[in-house]
Ligand binder design. Structure first.
Ligand code: 48H
Length: 279
């Protein structure tokens, strides 16, 4: 016979010695732990802007290789466009070239047709976030990157503010995280690349020197060029995922995600080489 379940008891006396009791104990724990985390992020190896699939995969590989990585996303729940699958049908398609990444991150997938696989998009997104944080990437949600630190012709960090501050158009100055390399993984809008080109009047490593802008849908071409367009577009600034295609003027691809994952892995390798050569 099974033992009767034990009654769950929360020991309210745990807060003995705290002026203010249990409430102070909870608040103090959160405040201390959060500020310890932010303090560790003031001088990063890599700052990743945008927590869609390409940014999270980049954070995973960089953190796993031992680099100090923070990923910043303006939303409460990072994950970008992957949670919703396609038109909120929460499934995504991934090609077999990306299977090693699914294996590395221990995501569950099912064989579909012609070298493609299906994943539950909620499982996949939650899994990416879980694995990236498990290997040490720090995630700052509700952070909007509104600018970069730009010195001597190189991007050297990110300028951050609370998303609600920007939404409310409050005039509050931002803070900064220094970083040896910065990744624009902001998706369709390529926000960081646009900001760097516009504010500093510099030419990016694209055909026109500016952000060319995304084209309409061609899934196969879009997937191919996502990897090709994943690169350093200005000293210290890299692009991945949809931002890579947006910056270089290539196609969107719809709800197939192998290109995003492979782009995240490729950019992690490029960023790591840059971190090591600039150390
Ligand atoms: C902080 C920011 C900022 C900012 C944006 O769009 P994402 O999912 O990114 P990718 O490129 O890794 O993945 C693209 C994929 O989801 C997709 O949209 C595809 C495959 N589309 C094909 C098609 O045809 O439509 O995520 C970007 C993330 C989001 O979470 C934003 O909240 C975040 O970046 N973000 N965070 N500061 N300035 N700008």
């Amino acid at each position: 016979m099974r033992d009767a379940p034990r009654p769950v008891k929360l020991d309210m006396h745990a807060a003995k010695g705290y002026h203010g009791g249990m409430e102070t104990l909870i608040t103090r724990g959160i405040v201390h732990s959060y500020f310890e985390k932010i303090n560790r992020s003031l001088q990063l190896d890599a700052a990743i802007v945008g927590g869609g699939p390409s940014g999270i995969v980049a954070a995973y590989y960089l953190a796993k290789a031992g680099h100090k990585v923070a990923l910043l996303d303006r939303k409460l729940a990072p994950g970008g466009g992957m949670w919703g699958g396609a038109m909120m049908f929460n499934e995504i398609v991934v090609q077999e070239e990306a299977l090693p990444i699914l294996e590395d991150l221990r995501l569950r997938y099912r064989k579909y047709e012609q070298g493609t696989y299906l994943l539950d998009s909620v499982h996949a997104t939650a899994g990416l976030l879980y694995r990236a944080t498990e290997v040490g990437a720090l995630i700052f949600n509700c952070y909007s990157v509104e600018d970069v630190v730009y010195k001597q012709g190189r991007v050297g960090g990110v300028v951050v503010n609370w998303t609600p501050v920007l939404l409310q158009k409050m005039h509050v100055d931002p803070l900064t995280f220094a970083a040896k390399v910065v990744l624009d993984a902001t998706g369709h809008d390529c926000e960081i690349a646009r900001t760097v080109a516009r504010k500093n009047g510099v030419a990016l490593n694209t055909e026109t020197g500016g952000v060319i802008g995304e084209m309409s849908m061609d899934a196969a071409e879009g997937e191919r060029t996502t990897i090709e367009n994943t690169k350093e577009i200005y000293p210290g600034l890299f692009v991945s995922g949809m931002a890579a295609n947006g910056v270089s003027g290539s196609f969107r691809m719809g709800p197939i995600f192998g290109g995003m994952l492979l782009s995240g892995k490729k950019v992690a390798e490029l960023m790591e080489a840059s971190i090591l050569s600039n150390s």
